[in-house]
Design a protein around this ligand. Structure first.
Ligand code: GLN
Ligand code: ZN
Length: 758
């Protein structure tokens, strides 16, 4: 008999009660004991839910007080020295200090968990003397057993992945670190074994990335040692987010089960298992229900897949499971009362995915007839969406097909455009500008709320927005900025604003997912063909331009960023969705140009994060991402200046693609990467206009003229002064008014100094 299994469950709670508890505790409004109580209730609820639904292998220790990677580090006492931790169980104050910073010590770095939008805390290994502080998986196992009679499956981040995700060690220290870590893992696992735990899930997502021969040898050695140390314990080595590289070596590791992703790594894993088979003595964890997407699974098709897999392994050695932890999807569709039924009926969030896992297991074990009704309903629900008008917009599809077949290119090459633009705009050397948003004060947010609630009518609200624009056009002129912006006061965030105005998007009421720590995001859902309805940004931009003689830059979010920050349909390729978005946004670009706006910025901060994990897929992704950007921006006149903006560093592997985007000017975040970025420009000459952010906008501190001068001088050593722009790192919406004005004044002063030197 096949069994059902889940890899991890969202921790935020149906009403984000987890987030609320954490934040109340941080604000000093919740006692520590009460925090423990509340989180325990949340945790037990989640376990109970999975038990009631009939999941056989229920994960424990997937819950966290912040982040599972930080938990692993804390379990091993790996706490940076600046937090004055003296051994023993890690106090909550230290734990949250590492995550969020204290008044004396900066937080540890946070970075993206593989190619998801979840961010983990990067463990810092330097100076650490690891020791087991608390066997957290054991505590979680006991709790589930004692409180609910659940035979839980402890989940632990594996040593290979833990080390790969950590920083603060050199190549030569890898083996030393691994042997230290293995000892600790063995200790954890031996205690679990002694407790009578049956299965442990060890997550090793790095096994889906390319491993060197040395690394592979390390994997074998580590799991060899672990196997020897815990002969009675069943280990399920779990991979996800892609197919495993080196399939044969991995499935033959001395563990009792291997978990593979048959959703995101379907092609690779399926062809490998067909070719090489699967060890008959091992359990196969078949991740067939998408743990990251929000759509119902086509159960008939999935059933075909699990039947094939069952034939490849012994019948009693198959687990039907989610492709990865359900951390990446919202909790349940139940509270969604406002979605059209055709859409709502096609959605499956975490709880609905539990049902799918169980249903599929039942269909496999007891025959389809046993669940015929549910299978039929599933077909009907998915068909209804597939045949809905929104997914069959022939107007959109044919227009996109047409422009997609052409190579999207501006009329003239950059040099020609640059000359034409310079002639038209007569900008000074080192033009100054900002990235788009100005402070979203409480006043701005209140106004929006009043308008959304209907307390304010449209006129009142747009009058208010116009006042804000007036005020900030005034400040910008007075400070002496060369290229102005309207300030984005009408926008909540850069994706929702556009999603609400385009067709093909839906917004959930409660579809929250954890982004990092207590921060949750509610991504829009791109469910249908994306279509332009009416101009989205023209009114405010044109209004701003009417208030000044200096150029005002129009401000849009690019196709790739909108796509990467949304939940997207899975019936067509992402590439296709990107082109649809590009076509819609192109119409906005044209509308701006037709209204007399001659500089248009198309923000693409999220290009880098959509990069596929598999090396061979990265170039094709970047190629179509670049194409989508060009499609958005290529139809304007030579004199219209296209800007783009990107945050986050690590651009060294993308510089060619950035150049191919063919924007006239790019602004990039620089400060936080401590000049690493400048370094990458030393080797690659970037030949378009470029503004390297001269100050970090993440802190309220007002940067002084000297430090910005240092940044400018350093950049000008490697970049062409004629193409150099001066701007902050990113948008200023999270900053206060006073500090923003003071910082921009200093930025303009630093620019004047630089101009004098040239
Ligand atoms: N134009 C946007 C802003 O200024 C860009 C934000 C971003 O890069 N994340 O807010
Ligand atoms: Zn930015």
């Amino acid at each position: 008999m096949a069994k059902s299994s889940v890899l991890g469950y969202p921790r935020i709670g149906e009403n984000r009660e987890w987030k609320k508890a954490l934040e109340a505790f941080w604000a000093g409004k919740l006692e520590e004991s009460e925090l423990h109580n509340q989180l325990q209730q949340i945790r037990l609820n989640h376990l109970r839910k999975q038990k009631d639904k009939g999941i056989d292998f229920i994960p424990v220790n997937d819950f966290s007080y912040y982040d599972q990677v930080l938990d692993t580090a804390a379990m091993f006492g790996i706490i940076p020295q600046r937090f004055n931790y003296n051994g023993g169980a890690v106090p909550l104050s230290v734990y949250y200090g590492v995550a969020r910073g204290t008044k004396d010590a900066a937080a540890s770095e946070m970075t993206k968990w593989f190619n998801t939008n979840y961010h983990y805390i990067v463990p810092e290994l330097y100076g650490a003397e690891p020791v087991l502080t608390e066997n957290k998986p054991l505590t979680a196992y006991r709790e589930a057993k004692e409180k609910l009679g659940i035979e839980g499956k402890p989940v632990i981040l594996g040593p290979i992945s833990f080390l790969k995700l950590s920083k603060g060690y050199g190549r030569s220290e890898i083996d030393t670190w691994l042997s230290i870590l293995v000892k600790l893992y063995v200790q954890v696992l031996q205690e679990l074994e002694a407790e009578g735990v049956q299965w442990v899930q060890i997550d090793e997502p790095v096994l889906v990335t390319k491993l060197s021969n040395d690394d592979l040898a390390r994997v074998k050695s580590v799991y060899g040692k672990i196997a020897e140390a815990v002969p009675q314990l069943n280990i399920l080595l779990q991979t996800y987010f892609e197919s495993v590289e080196q399939f044969k070596d991995i499935v033959n590791l001395p563990v009792q089960g291997i978990g593979l992703d048959f959703v995101h790594g379907l092609e690779g894993n399926l062809s490998a298992i067909r070719e090489f088979g699967f060890p008959q003595d091992k359990v196969l964890g078949a991740g067939v229900i998408d743990g990251r997407g929000i759509w119902k699974a086509p159960l008939g098709k999935k059933l075909g897949l699990v039947k094939e897999l069952q034939n490849l392994v012994s019948a009693d050695k198959l687990l039907i499971q989610t492709s990865c932890s359900l951390l990446h999807v919202p909790v349940t569709t139940k509270p969604e009362t406002k979605l059209q039924p055709v859409l709502k009926n096609a959605l499956a969030f975490a709880d609905e995915k539990l049902d799918e896992v169980v249903l599929l297991t039942e269909a496999l074990n007891n025959g389809e007839a046993a669940v015929a009704e549910a299978l039929e309903a599933n077909v009907a629900d998915l068909e209804a969406l597939e045949q809905s008008e929104s997914r069959n917009r022939l107007d959109v599809q044919s227009a996109v097909a047409r422009i997609q077949s052409q190579e999207p290119a501006r009329t003239s090459p950059f040099a020609t455009r640059n000359a034409a633009q310079q002639e038209k705009w007569q900008l000074p050397l080192f033009p100054t500008t900002t990235i788009g948003s100005f402070p979203q004060s409480t006043e701005v947010r209140k106004a929006r709320q009043s308008w959304r609630k209907g307390e304010w009518n449209n006129e009142q609200y747009s009058g208010f927005i116009q006042d804000q624009i007036d005020q900030w056009i005034g400040y910008q002129e007075e400070i002496g900025i060369d290229v102005l912006v309207h300030g984005e006061f009408e926008r909540t965030d850069m994706v929702e604003f556009f999603g609400e105005k385009l067709e093909g998007f839906a917004f959930t009421q409660n579809g929250w997912v954890q982004s990092y720590g207590s921060r949750c995001v509610k991504p829009p859902v791109i469910y249908g063909d994306v279509a332009f309805k009416e101009a989205m940004t023209v009114e405010e931009t044109v209004y701003a331009q009417s208030k000044t003689k200096r150029p005002v830059k129009g401000m849009l979010t690019g196709p790739i960023t909108i796509m990467n920050w949304s939940f997207v349909r899975d019936d067509i390729k992402r590439e296709q969705i990107a082109y649809q978005l590009a076509y819609a946004l192109r119409q906005e670009v044209e509308a701006l140009e037709n209204s007399g706006i001659g500089m248009i910025q198309v923000d693409e901060p999220a290009v880098r994060e959509g990069l596929p994990l598999k090396e061979e897929e990265q170039k094709p992704y970047l190629d179509w991402a670049v194409k989508a950007f060009r499609m958005t921006t290529c139809t304007v006149q030579d004199t219209t200046q296209i800007h783009t903006h990107m945050c986050y560093c690590e651009f060294h592997d993308m510089i060619d693609s950035i150049e191919e985007m063919d924007a006239d000017v790019i602004s990039i975040e620089t400060s936080r990467s401590h000049g690493e970025l400048i370094h990458s420009f030393e080797e690659n000459t970037y030949k378009h206009g470029i503004g390297l952010g001269v100050y970090d906008i993440h802190s309220p501190r007002v940067p002084n003229v000297e430090e910005m001068t240092v940044m400018i001088d350093r950049a000008l050593k490697v970049l062409d002064p004629k193409l150099f722009w001066i701007n902050p790192d990113c948008g200023l919406k999270t900053r206060g008014q006073e500090e923003t004005i003071a910082s921009l004044r200093n930025m303009v002063d630093a620019t004047k100094i630089a101009r004098e030197k040239f």
